[in-house]
Structure formats: C-alpha cells, structure tokens
Design a protein around this ligand. Structure first.
Ligand code: UTP
Length: 298
C-alpha cells in the first residue's frame, strides 16, 4: 500500500461563530493576517508539500473562498492594463489555475462537524493516504508543517499521523488530546485520542492541531461514525477508532502554531508577521510594543 500523500482536503464549511460578527458575510478562512487570507497560507503549505489534488469542502454561502483561491484572469488583465505588473504577477502566482492545477470544490450543505466535512471529500480523493489542513490553524516556520509531516509519514509506519504540541493543563479542554504510549524521535506514539476532555480526564497534554495525514480507511470509519462532542461528527472519534489497528502517531512540528479561529490567536499571528514588515514594525516601535534599539553611532 502506498504511503505517498497526493491529496489535501481543506474543510472550510464551518460557521465561524467565534469570530462573529466578522464572519457574518466574510468566511473565517478569508480573514487576513496582515494582507494574506488564512486560506492562502494553507494552499501555499499544501503546494510546498507536493500535494497533487486539493479538495475544498465548502458551503454554498462561502463562494468567496473559491473566488479567492482560483485565478481571476479579468482582475490580472485589469491590473496589467493599469501598469500594476507586480501586483498582477503576485496574484497569479498565488492563485490556483483551473487547467494546470487539480482542484475540486465539494459542498457540505450543513455544518455537521469536521468529521462529516472530511467524509464529504470521499469520492474525490486520489488513492493512498490523505492530508487534512484546517486553515484557521496557522503554522509558521522555516519549513511548512505539512512538508515535515509528509516526510515523516512516508518514512514511518503509523496509519494516521496528526500534528501535536504540548499545552498546559488548563488548555487541554480546548483540543483533541492523545493517549500517549511512547515516543519515536519527533513522533509521539498513541493508542487513542479524546476530543476536548476535562483537565482531570485528559490522557496527556499532547494536543492535536489542524494538520492530519490519514489512512484512506478513515472514510469508511467516518461513514459509521455517530455524533460526539457538541453533537457533531468528530474527526477525532473516527481517528481514535483506527488507532490500535492502524497505528497512531503525533508529529511534533517545528513551527509555531497560531489559533486564528480566535481573536487572541489572530492578534498573536498578526503581531508575529508585523515584526517582519518594516512599516508595521515602525508602528509597533512607536507604540512601545517592541523595544526601540538605540541607533548605532557611525
Ligand atoms: P472550527 O470548529 O474551528 O470552525 O473548525 P467553525 O465551526 O467554523 O468555527 P467556530 O468554532 O464556530 O468559531 C475547523 C475547520 O473545519 C471547518 C471550518 O470551516 C474550519 O476551517 N468545518 C467545521 C467544516 O468544514 N465543517 C464543519 O461542519 C465544521
């Protein structure tokens, strides 16, 4: 059985309630960190990881996501006609092309949970394991998280590999948490996972964040998955069911993860990237939010 990861699924059909009213008319996945929407970071990460087919599981009310990720020939022409060659070039490089790229949009008409959203992609995936990327988990670092995970997955044995990070005890209730049995380099071995446990019931402090590489049997597991926490079909529950037979690993990625589905996480990500932008950095310095270094005498 191949361990080559060819497909990435982007579940983008959720309601984004934590970010209302911003998400009333604008999909959460299009909220920007500085000038780049979250979905763009996710698409770039998948591209760098060598993904061949991208499947967006969206909702009819969120058509703007498709408008953003796909190329807009009219807009690029218009920019070129106005002499804005650089902007046109940047837009067309970032966008997906309906002819050259293998892209599909599938609708999840009712947001019944992340597991249900992933299941909607079943008939569209290429053979082999699939990657799942949650765009509201932004992971920044010198190497893309999915690139690292694909490498680790292809070299390893676990059927399901999920991105994990250690969180403090008072935060475990916000995450899926691994039931840890051992360690193998950057991979935490586990025999199960629990969605949003109370601190006292949490099997460990290894929290799962929004990157997964899943054995193709996940689709069968999802078909028979009953609703779990919050009345939703949970991806976590379907992963946990295959943990012992397929093997489950938690990959400790090297980058920094920002929970951009929350205001605080979005602010943190924005500040992080603002430090790399000279104009924004000047504002942060003026406001005393970062240290003003004394000018070095010539
Ligand atoms: P979240 O639970 O973070 O997103 O799901 P949400 O439900 O939209 O946000 P809140 O909690 O109400 O604020 C993570 C990802 O899974 C997608 C979301 O769009 C997001 O990208 N999702 C979630 C679906 O595609 N379908 C669902 O039924 C639920």
């Amino acid at each position: 059985m191949t361990r080559h990861v060819r497909t990435a699924i982007f579940p983008v059909a959720g309601l984004g309630t934590r970010f209302l009213p911003a998400t009333k008319a604008t999909p959460k996945e299009l909220l920007p960190v500085l000038d780049t929407p979250l979905i763009q970071y996710a698409v770039d990460e998948a591209r760098h990881a060598g993904i061949e087919r991208m499947i967006f599981v969206s909702h009819p009310s969120k058509a703007a996501i498709e408008r953003h990720v796909m190329e807009d020939a009219r807009l690029t022409r218009e920019l070129r006609a106005r002499g804005k060659e650089n902007a046109a070039e940047a837009l067309s490089e970032a966008a997906l092309c309906p002819i050259e790229d293998d892209v599909r949009f599938v609708m999840q008409n009712e947001p019944k949970g992340l597991g249900h959203a992933v299941g909607c992609a079943k008939d569209h995936v290429l053979p082999g394991p699939v990657a799942v990327i949650l765009p509201d988990d932004l992971i920044l670092g010198p190497v893309g998280c999915l690139t690292e995970m694909v490498k680790a997955y292809e070299a390893g044995k676990a059927g399901h590999l999920v991105a994990t990070m250690e969180v403090s005890e008072d935060r475990v209730h916000r995450y899926g948490v691994l039931s840890v049995t051992g360690k193998d380099g950057p991979i935490v071995l586990a025999d199960g996972m629990v969605e949003k446990p109370k601190a006292e019931d949490a099997p460990s402090r290894q929290a799962v964040v929004g990157r997964y590489i899943l054995d193709a049997s996940i689709f069968e597991a999802l078909e028979t998955q009953t609703s779990g926490a919050g009345g939703e079909i949970q991806l976590t529950d379907a992963i946990a069911r295959g943990a012992t037979s397929l093997g489950l690993g938690g990959f400790q990625f090297s980058g920094t993860r920002f929970d951009c589905g929350s205001k605080a996480g979005m602010l943190e990500a924005t500040l992080e990237l603002a430090m790399e932008d000279p104009d924004c950095l000047a504002v942060l310095k003026e406001r005393g939010l970062v240290e003003q270094r004394p000018a070095v005498a010539a």
